[in-house]
Design a binder for this molecule. Structure first.
Ligand SMILES: [Cu+2]
Length: 501
């Protein structure tokens, strides 16, 4: 038996054991004052973990005879779907079979710093050819994400360019929404290459009006850089596109029956890209964003999903046929970004038709009432130094680029436990930034001039030359990382730390 099938079997076995079985004792210890679960190495002869994750580089077939070398979780892409129960302790053994120390980040969860999986916060690395055992209380309930938090820099085989991404579902005590079955989809591109500023600015957000002052500042900085003879900074493009690790037409179809309500949990596991999805003749009833139920579930013809965002949406299957659930970008869809939806009793070539024009507006899912006033407000401006770091764009928050040396930095912003804080963000660049806050959930309170409330997220797309306010209660003490989730941006400065004072 090869090692790959061995590790898969081990995973299935341990995952199976947790189903209805008593939680196994482990070597984890509890810090009684903060209720934080602290990780420690498994003791000699200690009980088996509830879950085992093995990081290793393996061949992954994304289409017949299209086989990539990828670092993955448990030899598969996406990594196994991890189902936890809210606030029921789990123990996870993470083995690192690579020669590079790794960080596994529990994205969207309220976990202590030494579990979270970010070296900047002080989480210990999973040593090369070593392991870590961690224990924690999964929370909050909903659709979460686990992925590597390593810096990639110019190395396109590591960080989120690799295959280290998977879905987490934390079952709530009461499941909301009526549906017949659920389908998890992980969107991901592979075979990355660099280009010089090939990316076109995307224009799909609403409200869409840029702030003239931000635009003037961003454009004059870019003009000055080009006038000095600087080239445009590197961007990343991809050769292949997949849903659940298979290119369009090469995965198992999503088989549905007429009249069914299918709940899709969709994760954008991309390192750098924003994705769109449509299903011809159908609409999406969005019920949750980033795993958190929205204040106003609403029907949309197209989903736009920034890097690391998640959308949960119910589709009423009332248009029989064989369809392509695919990206609006023809080129990306032709290179694999899609999956086939096949009604029972129907056959033939899967069909695609472009959806009606539609803009993505987070406030549609919110409330009209304004959110409570914050007790403290932080101002942040995000800017780009074109090609400033060996040809890569350097990104700054209030003029400061997070250093890329790997050392721990002092926090730039200070939180008070229990207080409601607001981050007022201004984007002095034409890129859309998927902004992420670790270990906390934030509420959108103003989207480019439009007040809102009731949309709770951990990543949000901030439009080019736009503004946004996000509020959060400081309720998880410890260093807290804040960054753009676009790998090239976070790797070249777009990152900062909060601490609790
Ligand atoms: Cu960014």
């Amino acid at each position: 038996m090869d090692r790959l099938s061995q590790s898969r079997r081990d995973f299935l076995k341990t995952a199976g054991m947790t189903m209805g079985a008593a939680i196994l004792p482990s070597s984890a210890t509890i810090c009684p004052t903060s209720n934080a679960w602290l990780a420690s190495a498994p003791a000699e002869g200690s009980a088996k973990a509830d879950y085992t994750i093995r990081i290793a580089t393996t061949p992954i077939e994304i289409a017949p005879d299209r086989i990539l070398s990828l670092t993955t979780y448990n030899g598969q892409f996406p990594g196994p779907l991890l189902r936890f129960k809210e606030a029921e302790q789990v123990t996870v053994d993470i083995y690192n079979d690579t020669s590079v120390p790794e960080q596994l980040h529990w994205h969207g969860q309220k976990v202590p710093v030494n579990v979270d999986g970010a070296s900047e916060e002080g989480t210990p690395y999973i040593p090369a050819h070593g392991m870590r055992r961690i224990s924690f209380l999964p929370r909050p309930a909903g659709f979460r994400f686990y992925h590597t938090h390593n810096r990639a820099g110019a190395n396109l085989s590591t960080g989120l360019y690799s295959g280290q991404a998977g879905a987490v579902y934390i079952e709530p005590k009461d499941e909301a929404g009526r549906y017949d079955r659920e389908v998890f989809l992980v969107l991901k591109e592979f075979e990355p290459t660099f280009s010089r500023g090939g990316d076109m600015a995307q224009d799909f957000l609403s409200p869409s009006t840029p702030l003239q002052a931000l635009k003037d500042a961003g454009e004059s900085a870019m003009k000055a850089s080009l006038a000095k003879g600087m080239p445009r900074g590197y961007e990343v493009g991809y050769g292949s596109f997949t849903i659940n690790g298979r290119m369009l037409g090469h995965g198992e179809p999503i088989r549905v029956k007429q009249g069914e309500r299918v709940l899709f949990h969709i994760l954008n596991g991309s390192a750098t890209e924003i994705r769109s999805l449509a299903l011809p003749g159908h609409t999406f009833q969005v019920v949750a964003l980033d795993g958190n139920a929205v204040a106003t579930p609403a029907r949309v013809p197209v989903l736009w999903i920034g890097t690391a965002e998640r959308v949960s949406a119910i589709v009423q299957m009332n248009h029989p046929g064989v369809w392509i659930l695919g990206d609006l970008d023809n080129d990306d869809r032709h290179h694999g970004m899609g999956a086939v939806v096949e009604y029972a009793g129907r056959s033939g070539k899967p069909l695609w038709t472009a959806p009606p024009a539609h803009r993505w507006d987070y406030t549609v899912f919110g409330r009209k009432e304004t959110a409570p006033a914050p007790e403290e407000t932080f101002e942040m401006a995000f800017a780009k130094d074109n090609a400033a770091d060996e040809g890569f764009n350097r990104w700054t928050i209030n003029g400061v680029a997070y250093p890329m040396t790997g050392e721990t930095m002092p926090a730039a912003f200070h939180l008070h436990e229990g207080r409601r804080h607001r981050i007022r963000m201004r984007n002095v660049s034409d890129d859309i930034h998927p902004i992420h806050l670790h270990r906390h959930t934030f509420e959108l309170t103003n989207v480019n001039g439009k007040p809102t409330s009731g949309v709770l997220k951990d990543v949000v797309m901030l439009g080019g030359y736009q503004t946004m306010d996000i509020d959060f209660v400081a309720d998880d003490p410890g260093l807290t990382l804040f960054h753009c989730h676009q790998q090239l941006h976070m790797d070249y400065g777009f990152m900062t730390l909060f601490d609790y004072v």
